[in-house]
Design a protein around this ligand. Structure first.
Ligand SMILES: Cc1cc2nc3c(=O)[nH]c(=O)nc-3n(C[C@H](O)[C@H](O)[C@H](O)COP(=O)(O)OP(=O)(O)OC[C@H]3O[C@@H](n4cnc5c(N)ncnc54)[C@H](O)[C@@H]3O)c2cc1C
Length: 385
């Protein structure tokens, strides 16, 4: 599905082209035939994770010594684009591989890396990151979940909401206060292994505008006892620093999906307007259709060129917070406009569930909200002025 006539980016090596083909084939065989059923059920099966793991699609950027494929962010970007091109935007694997696993790789002790990363790579463990609470989202300093020292370990109390992978996750990185009086310096990341965590409870899988089969959920922690080894790293109070270091990658991942979803929307729309007729002509023959799609293609092309630039920078370790925020804000905003205009060209069929453009429209909306709202992105960009 190459709706844009761009050459491959410079970072796209031969092995990445092979990975792209392999991922595309796997998704066409294993995911595409089931996606409608999963959306209807409101959840995909747990075994989707282990299948993705066996196909080498989880933790592709993790070192081989920890069970990963030893790749770079480029591998993640290629796989994530394929999830979106195949229409499986609800799969939480980009967060699992590109957000949860890197926290453990970058800040975990050797023992923590050996304990958790190989199981994340096979899908035996499903990862989640629990920052947001009912009372606070953008303002992470307002987190009220507490991890209090008790004996050799901690006791965790609090509740989280809107957590991606909330029903399937069994390794949850929880943002908690270890010192409520120390502001940002009192925040730590606690790792909860839910298979043996009395006091941990999953709440509702939340009904949403889109992303129907994503298990976005509430989570509750009531006197959950954690051994000292479940503090990520060795030092309390590092949580905010760890979050700030990793959030640019999270934003770039969202930008990857925004562009891939535009590519898919364009391909579906061009196909449709070439088949549908009105007033004795194909819809594509109206100048309005041509101009709309010309503008959409231009916007998507500019978006992809900027995205590929950002991915190249990130692979070299040079992507800064400001540029990552620009990519997240601008590309998700552009995506919203492009998909809306594409849907219009489907007429009433664009509003019908059986046409994928309708789902794309619903699913796209959240990209402007999660991983830091676009308003928060502008705040971060404005600090560089
Ligand atoms: C489908 C889905 C999946 C999610 N997955 C996860 C997950 O896996 N883990 C997780 O921790 N969270 C997750 N979230 C939560 C998401 O990251 C938050 O919803 C988001 O950060 C916004 O927080 P909030 O909802 O509390 O909104 P608020 O922070 O209450 O914001 C409300 C409005 O005020 C604006 N605003 C806030 N502060 C400012 C400011 N300083 N200046 C200008 N405007 C401001 C916001 O931009 C927004 O428009 C998910 C959310 C959704 C919908």
């Amino acid at each position: 599905m190459d709706a844009l006539d761009l050459p491959r980016p410079a970072w796209m090596t031969e092995d990445l082209v092979l990975l792209e083909e392999q991922a595309r084939r796997f998704m066409a065989d294993e995911f595409t035939p089931n996606i409608d059923r999963w959306h209807e059920a409101g959840l995909y099966e747990r075994e989707v994770w282990t299948k993705a793991g066996a196909a080498g699609l989880l933790c592709a950027a993790m070192p081989e010594e920890y069970g990963g494929a030893g790749g770079s962010f480029a591998h993640e970007a290629v796989i994530n684009r394929e999830y979106s091109l195949s229409g499986f935007d609800t799969f939480g694997a980009p967060l699992h591989s590109g957000i949860v696993a890197p926290y453990i790789l970058h800040y975990g002790t050797e023992e923590q890396k050996k304990r958790w990363l190989p199981k994340l790579a096979t899908g035996e463990l499903v990862g989640a990151i629990a920052m947001t609470e009912p009372g606070t989202g953008s303002d992470l300093q307002g987190v009220r979940t507490k991890a209090e020292k008790s004996g050799n370990g901690y006791v965790l109390n609090g509740s989280k909401t809107f957590i991606t992978n909330g029903q399937h996750a069994n390794l949850i990185v929880v943002v908690a206060k270890t010192d409520a009086s120390a502001g940002a310096k009192g925040t730590s990341l606690m790792v909860v292994e839910t298979d043996d965590a009395p006091g941990f409870r999953r709440g509702r899988k939340l009904a949403k505008l889109g992303m129907d089969s994503a298990d976005t959920s509430e989570l509750f922690f009531e006197d959950v006892r954690l051994p000292a080894e479940n503090l990520l790293g060795t030092e309390e109070g590092q949580g905010f620093y760890q979050l700030m270091k990793e959030l640019p990658q999270e934003r770039l991942i969202v930008a990857v999906h925004a562009v891939a979803m535009m590519e898919r929307a364009l391909a579906l729309t061009v196909d449709y307007v070439k088949q549908r007729s009105a007033f004795g002509k194909k819809i594509i023959e109206f100048q309005n259709t041509q101009f709309e799609l010309a503008e959409c293609k231009t916007e998507a092309t500019i978006a992809k060129v900027f995205l590929d630039h950002c991915i190249g920078q990130h692979i070299e370790g040079k992507l800064d917070t400001v540029t990552a925020s620009m990519a997240k804000y601008k590309l998700t905003d552009t995506q919203g406009r492009v998909i809306d205009r594409c849907l219009q060209l489907f007429g009433g069929y664009g509003y019908m569930d059986e046409y994928p453009i309708s789902r794309l429209y619903r699913d796209a909306r959240v990209l402007r909200i999660y991983a830091g709202t676009n308003e928060i992105m502008k705040l971060l960009i404005a600090r560089s002025l």
